[in-house]
Design a protein around this ligand. Sequence first.
Ligand SMILES: Cc1cc2nc3c(=O)[nH]c(=O)nc-3n(C[C@H](O)[C@H](O)[C@H](O)COP(=O)(O)O)c2cc1C
Length: 292
Amino acid sequence: MEGVTDGILRQAHNRIFGGVDIYCLPFHKLTQTLSLLTREERDISPEENEGLNILPQALTRDPGQLSAWLYYVSECGYSCADLNLGCPSPTVTKKGRGSGLLRDLDYLRSFMDRLFSDTLPVSLSVKTRIGYDSIEEWPHILALLKDYPLAHVTIHARTTAEQYSGAVHPEAFALAVQSGIPHPVYNGDLRTVSDVRKLVSFCPSTESVMIGRGLLANPALARMIKGGGDADKEELRDWYTTLYEGWKDRFHDTLALGRIKKLMEWPVGDDIRRKRLLRRADNIESCIDTVI
Ligand SMILES: Cc1cc2nc3c(=O)[nH]c(=O)nc-3n(C[C@H](O)[C@H](O)[C@H](O)COP(=O)(O)O)c2cc1C
């Protein structure tokens, strides 16, 4: 998740809670010069991700840029990478990137045709929304995606217009499963084990799920979905302390504390009292005491 997750967080998560099969990297915003930001280079480096299965992701509307980046991903030692067709941010979509690519399916088809006209060095997956303005676009998007040899397709079951809130559309995911696109992965609003059970009873062919905000709020969620236990206080103390120490070494005390507070907003949620305490906290111990 862009601006939230990094190697320090992934490593700490894997060591303390586990349960995640693949950690998806925040997108790399590709450019004409094909140069990456220092933080993007570090994020994808094998050292940063030792012992983890990761899926790098790119944001671009240029098949040449994507192809060059896929060679870079391969040189880093990875075998699969993802194209972002899901980002709904207006600064991204107005340039026709992210879910902006869903607005012009003729262009998306020509993009895919050009990309797959050569053999790719690694396999490609996509992460998509179910439409730009309307869910009625979904069958057309599915028909397009079905025509390409994608490794898997992650589906955030909302349109771009719906951003990140409001009801999700599990029926759109079920349609994807029936359509025969390769390995559909459900994404959207899985916050509890019971949410996952509901999804699976609605769509019994569900193979895999992607979880974002639910895992930030409850870092043990993936483990719990696989039958493991809830997070205990010691684990949570270890989690926040490890993140703080890691970020302090990498950035600066103040930045590290700011980052921890931002992360803690997810478990604190709408609890006004704890929100206030967290805002006032000026050291890591007070932050941790507020949250666990
Ligand atoms: C802060 C933030 C950063 C995100 N960054 C990315 C990203 O880099 N790539 C991506 O595909 N999705 C990104 N997303 C979207 C999530 O991966 C996910 O699709 C969305 O939050 C819905 O799933 P959830 O309800 O499990 O969080 C981001 C979401 C948030 C809230």
